[in-house]
Write a protein that binds this ligand. Structure first.
Ligand code: MG
Length: 230
């Protein structure tokens, strides 16, 4: 059995800026400022990390940030649901819907999510795709603000859901940023990078992922490389 863990933004879908817009409104409502969110680099960051970075930079003390974090994320999810209500801003990356379906249909694979999104936010972004039921497990920004701590959480949940053990070498982490590669390296998982987000393939190659894809448009070829078949 192999566990395949997919990142969300830039890997499965793009929400065309809806996440930034929703968080900006939630921060302003909760803390009275959205800080420098318009130029914040969200790529590969967890949601809690983004809030802590932005509000610390805006001069708020840590206690004040943490005390209102739950309220901030409640407002964020409400705004995200409003912006994505008709699903029109959500676009799937090339090939990923079929890739997830094929992997989820294999007897030797378990498919899940590993994302910096808080769980409720990931669900709102993925709901329009119809793929949510195929992700049997997940580890989210709401579990830990440090992405490197998410793989053990996903592995424990995968074991509970399937009864199978997933040692690090049987875990594949798929994402669109150097921080996804770093996350896989930190836990000994196979690192797969895909250039469908905002990092070009050459930029990702510099971080030496085990496998690098421009996109997943060639589904059969991608499955063969990811599973070692063929
Ligand atoms: Mg991403």
């Amino acid at each position: 059995m192999r566990l395949f863990l997919f990142d969300v933004d830039g890997t499965l879908v793009t929400a065309r800026g809806a996440g930034r817009e929703a968080l900006a409104r939630a921060l302003a409502e909760t803390y009275g400022t959205a800080g420098t969110i318009e130029r914040y680099d969200f790529r590969g960051k967890t949601d809690p990390r983004a809030v802590l970075d932005l509000m610390t930079e805006a001069g708020l003390p840590p206690d004040a940030i943490h005390a209102r974090l739950e309220a901030c994320f409640a407002a964020y999810v409400r705004e995200l649901e409003r912006l994505l209500a008709d699903g029109a801003r959500i676009a799937l990356m090339p090939g990923v819907a079929d890739l997830v379906r094929v992997l989820a249909g294999r007897a030797d694979a378990l498919v899940g999510l590993l994302t910096g999104n808080i769980e409720a936010g990931a669900r709102v972004k993925l709901r329009p795709t119809g793929l949510l039921p195929l992700f049997r497990v997940g580890a989210y920004g709401s579990d830990d603000g440090d992405r490197r701590r998410l793989p053990p959480i996903a592995r424990a949940r995968a074991r509970a859901a399937s009864g199978h053990e997933f040692p690090p070498e049987r875990v594949t982490i798929i994402g669109d940023t150097p921080l996804d590669v770093d996350c896989a390296r930190a836990c000994g998982a196979v690192a797969v990078a895909v250039a469908t987000g905002q990092h070009a393939a050459a930029e990702l190659a510099a971080h030496a992922p085990d496998l690098l894809f421009e996109d997943f448009a060639d589904v059969a070829g991608t499955v063969a490389r990811l599973t070692g078949d063929g």
